[in-house]
Ligand binder design. Structure first.
Ligand SMILES: Cc1cc2nc3c(=O)[nH]c(=O)nc-3n(C[C@H](O)[C@H](O)[C@H](O)COP(=O)(O)OP(=O)(O)OC[C@H]3O[C@@H](n4cnc5c(N)ncnc54)[C@H](O)[C@@H]3O)c2cc1C
Length: 460
């Protein structure tokens, strides 16, 4: 049902006219997120600046049984912040302050709309480190990162967003405000509700503050790139590095298609005469870094790599890392529609999975670029397609079904970091099974009995 004048007037009164968008030209940019081929116009878009405002909006919405879709920067890749028809999009980007950096407890308290990069920079300015670094970190918000439990290039050694969330303020669907967690390193009082909200994709509450754990900054870092004539050799090198008990902070991979697209786009000077490229970074004590870098180079050479290039300085290291960071944007330039997935398998199954993805692309005659967090077993097969070509889109759909089925068969998962949202909703029941689906439904119903928060996402 379209939004009535009364609720719009209430929203304008609460937030100011400039923070309530209703004109189609203004709300079109909020009718999609980073996910391809999904669009839906909302009823309105509102910008909040305080927790109190969020609480009032949820009270209005709950009374009106009105859907609310929380949105950070809209970079999500599973349709999580895609509006539902006539909903209120509650955008947090104006809640963008770092509220506290506590050097005694090594924590940082931020509003949800602060970008990930701003958090990392604030930590760095205090000679501390916030490791999670999604490829989108220049624009993604910390609220979105927590709601998706985002990973990043440093996930292999440092873990994902969950490993750094000590607490959060949330507004529940009935407007109640509560703080989950605290600054204590140890706390086992009751169920860990903060952990329930991490990765909840905007379906259980609106996160209005995030308390993050910071760690000491590594003293040294070395970045290197190895190239391989065969994909299998790169996968074997990753297995050899892990088997040698080296846990680099970054172990990323690009296939031939991605390398060429990145080079066309970013002109980094990447070697083009190879099938696969590994970007490797080790950090920590200088002596350990030197030792690990030498051993990783040996692992790559033992697996028959073509070349290992070690960055001479920070500038070159940043340039090489940007090759991986720009992979998605570079692939997105070459086709009207880029559909990126994040099938994930145990690391021992990487070579099998990479071969399978290539075979599926060939079988369905689809163009594909694959890159990803090789050290985590988290691949991003990316189909380069055109959503206007209905027949090709059906083949893409079929290909993804086969890829997810294979990931599950190999003991993997349907999403390593991008979440379920709308994009992978149909795969979740088979992956989790009846008992887990029932528990998820009951939890959601308890917290949001009227089903106003992000309806239709993750599961019905
Ligand atoms: C180029 C590119 C690279 C990427 N690289 C990575 C990567 O390396 N690793 C990775 O994990 N992801 C990656 N992503 C995906 C995406 O950036 C992350 O999921 C990110 O965390 C989304 O943040 P956002 O602010 O854009 O959230 P949005 O897309 O706006 O929202 C994502 C979800 O979070 C919910 N949400 C947002 N804010 C709140 C809040 N305050 N309270 C409750 N729910 C909320 C929304 O309802 C939605 O379900 C990438 C995306 C792009 C486009």
């Amino acid at each position: 049902m379209p939004l009535g004048q009364k609720i719009l007037a209430d929203l304008r009164h609460l937030l100011g006219r400039e923070n309530v968008l209703t004109v189609p030209e203004d709300i079109i940019p909020y009718s999609f997120d980073g996910t391809a081929a999904m669009r839906q116009m909302p009823g309105c878009v509102v910008f909040t600046t305080t927790t109190q405002q969020v609480s009032e909006i949820l009270k209005f919405a709950n009374a009106d049984r009105r859907a609310v879709v929380t949105r950070g920067s809209g970079t999500g890749l599973s349709g999580g912040s895609l509006p539902s028809a006539d909903c209120i999009v509650l955008c947090t980007v104006k809640m963008d302050k770092i509220l506290e950096l506590d050097r005694a407890n090594l924590t940082l308290l931020a509003e949800p709309g602060v970008t990930t990069l701003t958090i990392a920079d604030a930590a760095s300015a205090a000679n501390l480190f916030y490791p999670p670094d999604p490829g989108s970190m220049k624009i993604s918000t910390i609220g979105g990162n927590v709601a998706e439990n985002s990973g990043g290039l440093r996930g292999l050694k440092y873990g994902v967003t969950r490993n750094y969330v000590m607490g959060m303020e949330v507004v529940l669907p009935n407007g109640e405000v509560t703080f989950l967690g605290n600054k204590c390193v140890k706390d086992v009082a009751g169920y860990s509700l903060k952990d329930l909200f991490i990765g909840s994709e905007g379906t259980l509450g609106v996160i209005t503050k995030v308390l993050l754990r910071l760690i000491p900054r590594p003293a040294a870092k070395k970045t290197m790139v190895a190239t391989f004539a065969q994909m299998d050799q790169a996968a074997e090198a990753v297995s050899a590095i892990i088997a040698a008990q080296i846990i680099p902070c970054t172990l990323e991979f690009l296939d031939r298609m991605t390398i060429h697209c990145v080079e066309d786009y970013a002109k980094i000077g990447l070697p083009l005469d190879c099938e696969a490229l590994l970007l490797m970074e080790t950090d920590g004590h200088p002596a350990v870094v030197a030792d690990e870098a030498a051993r990783m180079e040996k692992c790559c050479r033992d697996c028959g790599c073509l070349e290992v290039r070690v960055a001479k300085d920070d500038a070159e290291a940043n340039k090489l890392a940007s090759a991986r960071r720009s992979a998605f944007s570079a692939l997105a330039r070459v086709a009207p529609t880029t559909i990126l997935e994040d099938a994930t398998v145990p690391r021992s199954e990487l070579a099998t999975m990479i071969r399978f993805v290539a075979a599926v692309a060939k079988k369905h005659q689809l163009r594909i670029g694959t890159f990803g967090h090789m050290g985590d077993g988290n691949l991003h097969p990316t189909f380069l397609t055109d959503e206007r070509n209905h027949e090709e889109m059906l083949r893409v759909e079929e290909a993804f079904k086969e890829i997810f089925a294979e990931a599950i068969r190999l003991g993997g998962t349907i999403t390593g970091e991008h979440g379920i949202g709308l994009a992978k909703k149909s795969f979740l029941p088979a992956f989790l099974g009846d008992a887990q689906m029932r528990v998820l439904r009951e939890l959601r119903k308890t917290l949001d009995p009227n089903g106003i928060l992000n309806p239709g996402k993750m599961f019905d």
